[in-house]
Design a protein around this ligand. Structure first.
Ligand SMILES: [Zn+2]
Length: 303
């Protein structure tokens, strides 16, 4: 009886071992089919790169992050296929965990990879500024205009194309030094609090400003806060905004080469002096432009 039992136990254990081995082989098999490289930790307001690669063709590739989906086309690289996606953590986001979901079709079979990324706070400095009161408290008659323009900006940020037009490295739009960093907690005239959602470069009146990458011009306009401005779609949810220009040298619908001149620096809109305010959005999220130009936006190991 005992012998029979132990034989049965052996059979069960052996079957279980075979089953578990098969499971881990299947897991390793799936993992090696799609490789997703992403940072384990991402800062609030910061962009990050995700690289999806496979030895095989990746059809219907989809990358989802914070409720937004990007559908990049994987390109053939040495010995396989890969796609790079730029994502970001919205400046308004609280710390926690973000779920990155990648799915693709390989030989007609759907494959999924999920990663949990830690979203961590970033210590953005504080700044106090004194400016003419009308700059922070717009006159009553302009409030409707400002509301309309906010709507236009939000709509424009939703209209990004899925064709990737950007490539690394990115072009710094102007050589001038950085005057004001992204994310600053600003207090104007002692009471009005705002976040700085762009990066300010010194750019004397009339200095040519370059597109940070190839793209298509979405909108050219004159807005209350932004002055003469251009919105450029670089594809896959990446959009850059150039504010305060004295003259815009492109028009909506134009296709731009990387580094092409967008316009000339100026002091239009609500500003105290000529400079470039560059804002960048990834999947509609306001992110820090600086990593695009200082070499820190990279896949770990490629830095
Ligand atoms: Zn600015």
């Amino acid at each position: 009886m005992n012998t029979k039992l132990s034989r049965a136990t052996v059979v069960v254990l052996a079957s279980l071992t075979v089953f578990l081995c098969c499971l881990s082989v299947a897991e390793a098999y799936t993992t090696s089919l799609i490789d997703v490289e992403a940072p384990e930790e991402v800062g609030i307001g910061q962009p990050f790169l995700v690289k999806v690669s496979s030895p095989y063709i990746l059809d219907d590739l989809s990358v989802s992050w914070e409720g937004r989906e990007v559908t990049p086309a994987a390109v053939e690289t040495g010995g396989g296929y890969s796609a790079l996606v730029i994502l970001g953590v919205n400046l308004k986001r609280e710390s926690g965990v973000g779920v990155l979901k990648v799915s693709a079709n390989l030989w007609g079979h759907s494959r999924r990879v999920e990663k949990h990324l830690e979203i961590v706070p970033v210590a953005y400095p504080k700044e106090t500024l004194s400016v003419p009161p009308k700059m922070v408290k717009p006159p009553q008659e302009t409030l409707n205009r400002i509301a309309r323009e906010r709507k236009l900006i939000r709509q424009t940020l939703e209209t990004s194309s899925s064709v990737q037009q950007w490539d690394m490295p990115f072009t710094r739009p102007v050589k001038g030094k950085i005057l004001s960093r992204f994310g600053l907690h600003r207090t104007f005239n002692g009471d009005t609090k705002r976040r700085h959602t762009g990066l300010d470069f010194r750019a004397w009146e009339g200095t040519p400003l370059h597109s940070m990458a190839g793209g298509t011009v979405l909108v050219v306009d004159h807005l209350y806060f932004a002055g003469n401005c251009a919105f450029i779609d670089h594809g896959n949810g990446l959009i850059s905004l150039y504010w305060h220009m004295s003259k815009v040298l492109v028009k909506a619908g134009d296709t731009l080469e990387p580094g092409q001149v967008v316009g000339l620096s100026g002091a239009t809109g609500r500003v105290t002096g000529a400079h470039l305010h560059l804002a960048i959005f990834a999947q509609g999220m306001s992110i820090d432009p600086e990593p695009f130009f200082n070499g820190t936006l990279a896949i770990d190991g490629d830095k």
